[in-house]
Design a protein around this ligand. Structure first.
Ligand code: SDX
Length: 439
């Protein structure tokens, strides 16, 4: 039975395609939400043509039940639940359970899941030696790529992806250990001793404690900041088939172990066009400095000859306000008030920049709105994190989405190795010329 006959939602109609005089019918499949898809799995065999879609702007790379985004309406659903409802009252590990298992947990299921995560937050003691190989001023994302990739050298008993129990254990370990590894990267960069996880603290409070506690005095996690951290993790947890998730899926399709796949996802997230934008957005706001200089940067963003872009603005999918940005803005105000920086000049610049951009014809015409990264940088700095840690925090949260999407791909009975083709425009076949005869 071919993949086209068995895979995805059933065909609801057909698309007729004529290529070089040859006509073929392609099934059109309908999901529960969002655009229908034209199933082209048989296109090459029927027409000897590939499709061409660099950047995959018109390509559905897989079928998924995890996250739905409506870019025109600014809608984001995790397993059908709106992001604002989950972020308003839920906890990050509730959303993590939901993304992994498809349903919100009962109290018993939540307690069991939280306990399992807590009991896997420690890393093998020998991993602490790994950090000593890095310079103190190494970017923490470089450390994350290295240390997370090295997990497969320590946890051999959860790398067999064909064993459901090992997949489950690897998922728990990955979600549990990311905050510890991230906090260790932060402590290493500032020359402070590592702080061990505390099982009596919840996920986000534990992370803040590992980042900011010191051995010399007791550290009390501020519940307002811990709640804000938890909400920020929820907002960043998953986002359909974005660049880093697609990286994890492609790496996983070869059968690579989950730790290596997550390490690949971290590497991709680091880019300033993707998860690195929160760091870049704060740097940009600080570079602007004052409300008076905003028009200068707006003009640069509109100048085709200037590569400058407004970091934290625009999105491949959202052509409306990123629903996460609204919640992030609210959280930003809460955190700044809690830490006594309610009049943070950078926030003033951000609010005025947003106001000006949203009323500028260029941004309106190109449907450029603030995305999740626009306010997150100000918030994370107010929480006490150095700028270089911002994308690391994004990676902690997105590990849940990466693992959920990896698991869905591995458990798909029709999963195959991802292997795109190309439009070749290079040299035609030619014969080798000995070097003595080359001019
Ligand atoms: C994330 O995919 C995801 O889901 C990602 C993410 C997730 O949760 O995983 O949501 C997280 O990565 C959010 C995005 C963070 N990146 C930034 O904030 C960086 C700044 N934004 C741009 O680099 C850009 O908007 C992208 C990369 C986000 C989207 O790029 P696209 O879809 O390829 O858009 P484009 O480059 O085709 O832009 C369309 C037009 C272009 O002008 P024209 O060539 O049509 O004349 O809009 C312009 C662009 O020049 N444009 C911008 C702009 N973003 C796009 N102009 C000024 N400033 C910007 N930020």
């Amino acid at each position: 039975m071919s993949v086209a006959e068995t895979y995805a939602a059933p065909p609801v109609s057909e698309a007729a395609l004529t290529a070089d005089g040859e006509q073929c019918q392609l099934p059109i499949r309908k999901g529960t939400l969002g655009p229908d898809v034209i199933d082209i799995t048989s296109l090459y065999s029927k027409t000897n043509h590939f499709t061409f879609d660099p950047g995959f702007t018109s390509t559905a790379s897989c079928e998924s039940k995890i996250t739905f985004i409506d870019g025109d309406e600014g809608v984001l659903l995790y397993r059908g639940y709106p992001i604002d409802e989950l972020a308003e009252t839920g906890k990050f590990l509730e959303s993590a359970y939901l993304l992994l298992n498809g349903e919100l947990p009962t109290q018993d299921q939540f307690d069991d899941f939280s306990t399992r995560i807590a009991y896997h937050t420690m890393v093998h003691e020998q991993m602490s030696q790994f950090y000593k190989g890095f310079r103190r001023d190494a970017h923490p994302m470089a450390v994350m790529v290295g240390v997370v990739g090295a997990l497969s050298a320590f946890y051999h008993d959860s790398t067999d992806i064909r064993d459901p129990e090992q997949r489950e254990m690897a998922s728990i370990r990955m979600i549990a250990k990311m905050p510890t590894i991230a906090a260790m990267a932060h402590k290493y960069s500032i020359g402070q001793p590592f702080v061990y996880p505390q099982n009596h603290l919840d996920y986000s409070a534990n992370f803040l404690n590992m980042c900011f506690a010191v051995p010399c005095e007791p550290y009390k996690v501020d519940p307002v900041l811990s709640r804000a951290m938890d909400r920020i993790f929820i907002l960043h947890a998953d986002h359909e088939q974005n660049a880093s998730t697609s990286t994890v899926r492609l790496a996983g399709s070869s059968g690579a172990n989950p730790f290596a796949c997550i390490s690949a996802g971290i590497a991709c997230l680091w880019g300033p066009a993707h998860g690195g934008a929160n760091e870049a957005a704060l740097t940009m706001l600080q570079q602007i400095g004052t409300v008076e200089r905003i028009p200068e940067f707006i003009a640069r963003a509109k100048d085709k000859n200037d590569p400058f872009r407004l970091m934290g603005f625009g999105h491949r999918v959202y052509k409306n306000y990123d629903p996460r940005a609204k919640i992030m803005q609210k959280t930003c105000h809460e955190v700044l008030e809690a830490v006594g920086h309610g009049d943070d000049p950078t926030l003033k610049v951000a609010l005025e920049l947003e106001h000006i951009a949203l009323n500028d014809d260029y941004f309106i015409e190109k449907k450029l709105y603030p995305n999740i990264d626009f306010y997150s940088g100000i918030t994370l700095r107010a929480l006490g994190f150095p700028t270089e840690m911002f994308t690391v925090l994004f990676a902690i949260a997105r590990t849940v989405g990466w693992i959920a999407q990896w698991k869905e791909m591995i458990e798909d009975p029709y999963q195959r190795i991802g292997r795109p083709r190309q439009l070749y425009t290079g040299a035609k076949q030619r014969s080798y010329v000995p070097i003595s005869e080359r001019v």
